[in-house]
Write a protein that binds this ligand. Structure first.
Ligand SMILES: [Zn+2]
Length: 222
């Protein structure tokens, strides 16, 4: 008997602490208190988050084990897949307008790469992101890294389209890897409403306000 689930399990409360600290850091930056912003970004770099994330996104945990499912679409040769592997900038923007800066599987708040890059540019030592190695990246920015996820896997014929894609977090995206929703026993997030998880006083804007207004991508319904 397979039990379906919405995600890999509740994220740790520390994840929301890091989101709050980064949110406060952006407020401090906007108030021109760069020293406080720097301190808060460092505080948001919580090593324990790696203990939760690494087993999931590196697929070493039991929770990421796929089950056998009959009749799933085969892995297609490369020339039979949607030639667009990644959505265009316009599509990405539309996905955020629709789904917001929250994972559609586990509902956590997220930050897109362009916003993270701006934080890294402004605070290169505090917002460390020096190499692709897991431990050389700011752990808070890592767990909140916004992904554009194919529901039907791209290699199995899934289209790079608004209908087949959702906003997701690294744990849900990398943890599911090349497996279908059914193989990972994931419920289809399109069948239930968004439930953004953020208790901050203002809505979670993905820290977009660190960018110039013209570059901000915001949800239509925060
Ligand atoms: Zn998630």
């Amino acid at each position: 008997m397979k039990t379906m689930r919405a995600n890999f399990g509740s994220p740790p409360s520390l994840l929301f602490k890091t989101a709050q600290l980064l949110n406060d850091a952006v407020d401090a930056h906007i108030s021109a208190d760069v020293e406080l912003a720097d301190t808060l970004i460092r505080e948001a770099d919580i090593p324990e988050l790696g203990e939760w994330l690494d087993p999931i996104w590196l697929r070493k945990s039991e929770v990421t084990k796929a089950i056998k499912v009959e009749g799933i679409p085969p892995v297609l040769p490369k020339d039979q897949r949607d030639p667009a592997r990644m959505p265009t900038a316009n599509m990405k923007r539309e996905l955020i307008a629709r789904d917001g800066h929250h994972c559609r599987f586990c509902s956590i708040p997220l930050v897109r790469a362009e916003v993270r890059k701006e934080l890294c540019r402004l605070y290169p030592n505090a917002a460390r992101w020096t190499s692709p190695c897991e431990t050389d990246q700011h752990r808070g920015l890592q767990v909140l890294w916004l992904q554009y996820d194919h529901l039907m896997v791209h290699s199995r014929g899934g289209a790079t389209s608004l209908e087949n894609m959702v906003i997701a977090c690294v744990a849900c995206n990398f943890g599911r890897d090349r497996y279908t929703l059914e193989e990972m026993r994931f419920l289809d997030p399109r069948t239930h409403p968004r439930t953004p998880n953020w208790s901050g006083a203002a809505g979670w804007d993905g820290l977009e306000r660190i960018l110039p207004k013209s570059k901000q991508w915001l949800a239509e319904a925060a």
